[in-house]
Design a binder for this molecule. Sequence first.
Ligand code: MRU
Length: 353
Amino acid sequence: MTDYTTQVYPVIWHNDSVSLIDQTRLPNEYAIVEIHRSEDMAQAIKTMIVRGAPAIGVAAAYGMYLGAREIETSDRHEFLESLEKVAQLLRSTRPTAVNLFWAIGRMLKTAYETLGTVEEIKQTLFETAQTINLEDLQTCQAIGDNGLAVLPRTPQKLTLLTHCNAGALATAGYGTALGVVRSAWREGRLARLFADETRPRLQGAKLTTWECVQEAIPVTLITDNMAAHCMKQGLIHAVVVGADRIAANGDTANKIGTYSVAIAAKAHNIPFFVAAPLSTVDFELSDGSQIPIEERNPEEIYRVGDTNLTPLGVDFYNPAFDVTPAELITAIITEHGAFAPSELAKCQSQLVM
Ligand SMILES: CSC[C@@H](O)[C@@H](O)C(=O)COP(=O)(O)O
């Protein structure tokens, strides 16, 4: 595997606590928030200080450890009961990204399977959180390399389009969709990235462009409603997006607006790739209709800074994700290779639970 380095690590263990890059403040301010308690981690996930499916999985894993270390008992049964409550608190933060539930489940399983004293269980939980973080970084690098193998061969230098931010900030580092973009850039296969601004929270405008600027990757920002036009103009060779939850048949939940990008790509015969770790696949769901879709505060739609955009009396609907049907997806790029959506089930046995 190529050993790339990246400068952006949104979740790290440092000074006996978790340091998060505050993603609500970028790009204007680079600020670190120190998290010492599981409750504060839950709040950070809810308020999107940390966001992006794999990153909230890593954050929740550390949240489980922070919660474990707050539990004051040496009785194993009492400890596990309290740890279940920590898990419940962290699970209640955001409903769509399955990595959150996967990481919490893996931490709980570790606790139940560790024989020994409560102190030993706590130590094993810490080590597991560190492992989940490191594994995600390696996984993203593998996704980047595997993506290179399936990108169109021509032209030699591609212009790619992405939606939202599936970058280093949304993972342990390096990124999934942006991991593919980074790998393409480093191998001389990228001419330019087009980034959708991604209303309403503007992760494309604020975060994806920020990451590109850090590494001098050429990036062009467009508003969401410009994507189809750019495709028609012949400006886009392929689309690469991340995912929050992929059902067993390949239907993929990702940031709201992804579905319309996929429809536009199909209409223009442009390959549409989903890049995600296996921990984003929910093999328990047969199709995308079963994926829970988070609805967020309408303020995200009607307010920009301190300014209201609408008159009083307007109703709002603010789903944070949509589901792209498998038939619109050319391939799903994972750490184990790229697969047609219908082939995804082959990988199930490789998912570490
Ligand atoms: C590698 S991140 C993949 C997805 O989590 C990403 O595309 C996305 O939709 C993020 O949504 P967000 O609401 O910002 O957490």
